[in-house]
Design a binder for this molecule. Sequence first.
Ligand SMILES: *Cc1c(COP(=O)(O)O)cnc(C)c1O
Length: 444
Amino acid sequence: MDSQLMGKTSVIVLDNHTPGDVAKAMIEDGRQKEPFYIFDMDEAYRRVEYFRKMMPRVEMFYAMKANDSDKMIKLAAALGLGFDCASPGEIRKILELGVSPQSIIFAAPCKTPDWMMYARQSGVRHTTFDSSYELKKIKQYWSDVGLLIRIKVDSDSIYKLGDKFGCDFETEATDLLDEAASLGLKVVGVAFHVGSSCSSAHSHVEGLQNARALFDYELRAGRGMSIVDIGGGFLSDRNDRIDQVSKLINTTLEELFPERSIQIIAEPGRYLCDTSCNLYCNINNIRRVTRGGEKVNMIYMNDGLYGCLRFNDPPQTVKRFGRPEGVINEKLEKTILWGPSCDSTDRVMENMEIMLPACTPLDWLIFTPQGAYTFGFATPFSCLPKPQMRSVVSQQLWAKLKDSKVFNPEDFEQNPDISAPLPSSLPPLIKKSTFLKSYTLKTN
Ligand SMILES: *Cc1c(COP(=O)(O)O)cnc(C)c1O
């Protein structure tokens, strides 16, 4: 019942309630006994619309590895986005929705021959490369594909991708373009990715300048390119960041790529989905201990490092949920958060100083934002379950989505009981009358 169920429950259509009301109702009702997500479809929708408004020339190819829950990818498909897929499994998921393979870029620069053949047979027509060996494989297994050369840009990102992917603009890029041409392969564009959670807008400018230089190189060589892929890495926590970065991208595009015949695409992941999910986590136990002469509350939660709470960095935050905030003079206390496994490294937000009011095992904690790169990392370690997801949508957005071919009527539930629990992840009971011979435990 675990991962298979993820996101497969229907989206509840809200009348006068907010997503926070739903969480509160579920918790207060008491039938929900396991950690859960609330996925606020309207928030993801607002992100898509805002990105479109800020960068009208840029077409979005949603980087689905950030959040591939059923409702998120359906929403992206219903809104007409393309997809950045990074494996055959992701390609299959998107094609199953009825999206055209021509709306997919297989944006992994290192692919096995099997992956290439799968993508080609599925009708996907674009991929990236950053090495000579990749070109040789492509020549053999996918010679008719449209290629984007992935170049590295230096950046101030938290998660640097340049260490792993992207050829060097100065020393490698033109050689690779020539090699592709000599193999008879078609390079149709340039791609870069400033790294996830990039805080410097200038990285995008540098990427665009280098892309322009490669466009010019190809033109001088009598070849032409038509796609600029500015990747992802847009920050999710504050809207003024996308305001700044989009202005700079727009002016740089006008300056360097004024030709309307050139298609500009982006692969936002985190930006579109991160703020749309919060994780509500209940508490199994609490111990008050002294560590280094200091009183510390150790909270044993029902989700942890091997589940969805893998990340240590801001903007991730944790708060006690439900009880009114700021009860007079309630002191914040030093807190350690443990996950549910028996592993002592299963400590959540270890690098952050966590200060919470005193909690009891009846309290719930809310982690936010939790929509990007969270449940995709959950492991099957120790048979621990992964939190289920309750998706919610407003009447207004439901009215826009319900006739889309991507959604089925069963995807939505109207007049819902907002306090209803999600399915339990407890395994079915096993009943047997004969047993194997093993060591058995004494009973007295
Ligand atoms: C992961 C990835 C993205 C998305 O990055 P975000 O930081 O989530 O926006 C975009 N493009 C490529 C090639 C990626 O690997």
